[in-house]
Design a protein around this ligand. Structure first.
Ligand code: ADP
Length: 501
């Protein structure tokens, strides 16, 4: 049986943000709700106690002492709520049994509401004997300590269950008349109204919280959408940029934020791409041009030879011309290949310990016949024994290329000299000539591909304008540098600096 695995696709940033935000909001709302509810409960409970205290003071107004006996006046005058309590208690006692069932059910609803505000009062004398009790107090069993502690001067608070399953808050305190302790007053009130209020608040919180969460989630989703607008704009513009219009740039927002950074980095990237595309295009155009020249030469000399009957000597000359151009073409193709591979980063370099001075001596020895042929003195000056880490074959290519250029651009009777020195942690190879020199303007470009300060002379000497570009690439691959010091008409010195092994 093939089991299919269902994978939930990863959520988008907008949805993720909304989910995170809503979860955190839910947690905060829950904590806030709990804190709000508990604080309110404590506050309402303490204000309930304060109300009881005030009621006890009202009760005290109705109590006096005459001939050592406690006299309780009409308590309802002081505490009108007692009247409604009495009525409820009476109806519970069944004194209204004659009332019809219909009336009964109607009055029960009203009674339920007022039952929540039921108040009970008791008065004790200093001996702790009950001298007054409002109707219905008998349903509450108050601990004896309530009276005892009050007589000792400590007010007593307590929450007590009544026989009809209602919770009552009871307060006992001293009864003072003319600065004299005459007994204890005890006031009790049903906690139902408080509980009902707390229940209503809890319900309101439970109903409102999901709505608040829903609105905050929608708000967050909308805001996240707005926040991503600049990125959407960036993506749209970026999509429109193709190879053909790499000069375009995405707009950079003025605010210093992530989108600005992204736009700047994006523009830098397009800039680099544009630069390398332009270079690539120029390279291809220059290479085609260079390749076409020898082919054109070969075609023209062969066409001339074929169009007229020529002697054997003429044909030999034509063949020699073709041979020279093919050699030139071969050299050019191998240079182009080397640079193309360099661009792709495919070329492997050895990292051997190489004696630079010995390489120079070898190169000079092999090019001496060519220098003699051109009437130029090729010599070495100080060749200090220095070892660099690198690829011997590539380094010898650098030395030969520099000597070859020096011999090409130095006139008959001139001199080309080489030296190798150690300066601090670098090996310095200098190739000096007494040739035609290079102008300051040309010095800035001679390491570029196909650049020739003197195209006619370079071409005549078989140069392609790639020699110094290859020298620069090899030296940089060895973590070194190459530079030129030159004055037109006085000669040039190419200095290669390579790190010591
Ligand atoms: P090329 O094949 O034309 O010699 P290079 O890359 O080797 O190409 O050199 C680039 C250009 O730098 C040359 O065309 C020439 O104008 C100038 N150049 C290089 N070496 C010397 C030198 N020793 N003296 C004067 N000019 C030089």
């Amino acid at each position: 049986m093939i089991r299919r695995r269902f994978q939930i696709p990863p959520l988008g940033i907008r949805i993720q943000l909304t989910l995170w935000y809503t979860s955190i909001s839910a947690l905060l709302l829950l904590l806030f709700g709990i804190a709000f509810y508990s604080t309110l409960q404590v506050f309402l409970a303490s204000s309930f106690d304060v109300t009881l205290q005030m009621r006890s003071q009202q009760v005290a107004e109705a109590v006096s002492i005459t001939n050592g006996k406690i006299v309780v006046d009409n308590m309802v005058n002081e505490l009108p709520e007692l009247a409604s309590t009495a009525a409820i208690v009476d109806s519970f006692d069944g004194t209204d049994a004659s009332i019809s069932a219909h009336q009964n059910s109607q009055s029960t609803l009203a009674d339920d509401a007022s039952a929540n505000r039921r108040i009970f009062v008791r008065v004790f004398n200093t001996a702790g004997q009950l001298v007054y009790s409002s109707p219905g107090f008998g349903t509450i069993i108050v601990p004896a300590d309530a009276v005892k502690l009050a007589l000792q001067g400590t007010p007593w608070y307590g929450t007590i269950g009544s026989t009809d399953d209602q919770e009552m808050r009871v307060y006992s305190t001293m009864l003072i008349d003319k600065h004299q302790l005459i007994g204890v007053v005890q006031v009790g009130q049903s906690l139902s109204s408080l509980k009902e209020r707390m229940q209503r608040i809890a319900l309101a919180l439970m109903v409102l919280t999901p709505f608040a969460l829903l609105f905050s989630a929608l708000g967050c989703y909308w805001l996240a959408g707005r926040a991503f607008n600049p990125i959407h704009r960036l993506t749209r513009i970026a999509r429109e940029i193709t190879v053909k219009d790499l000069h375009q740039r995405v707009p950079v927002p003025p605010a210093h934020d992530e989108v600005r950074d992204l736009s700047l980095i994006f523009n830098q990237m397009i800039g680099r791409l544009e630069h390398s595309f332009t270079q690539q295009r120029r390279f291809v155009a220059d290479a085609s041009h260079e390749l076409r020249t020898p082919v054109t030469v070969i075609r023209s000399i062969t066409e001339v030879a074929l169009s007229q009957s020529s002697s054997t000597e003429d044909y030999v000359a034509v063949l020699q011309g073709i041979n020279a151009e093919s050699e030139r073409l071969g050299a050019l193709i191998s240079d182009l290949l080397a640079l193309a591979r360099a661009d792709e980063g495919q070329v492997h370099f050895d990292h051997d310990a190489v004696r630079l001075d010995l390489l120079v001596a070898d190169a000079v020895a092999s090019l001496e016949p060519l220098a003699d042929e051109r009437g130029i003195r090729l010599c070495t000056q100080k060749l200090s024994p220095v070892t660099v880490l690198g690829d011997a074959a590539r380094l010898i290519q650098v030395i030969i290329s520099l000597i070859d250029n020096a011999l090409t651009y130095t006139n008959n009777g001139g001199e080309v000299s080489l030296s190798v020195n150690q300066v601090e942690n670098a090996a310095l190879l200098a190739v000096s000539d007494t040739g035609i020199g290079i102008s300051s303007a040309d010095q800035l470009h001679i390491f570029e591909r196909f650049y020739r300060a003197d195209p006619a002379r370079s071409r005549a000497a078989g140069g392609s304008g790639l020699g110094l570009a290859i020298v620069d690439w090899i030296v940089r691959a060895h973590d070194g540098t190459v530079r030129v010091e030159s004055k037109p008409g006085q000669g040039s010195t190419f200095i290669v600096s390579l790190p010591l092994s």
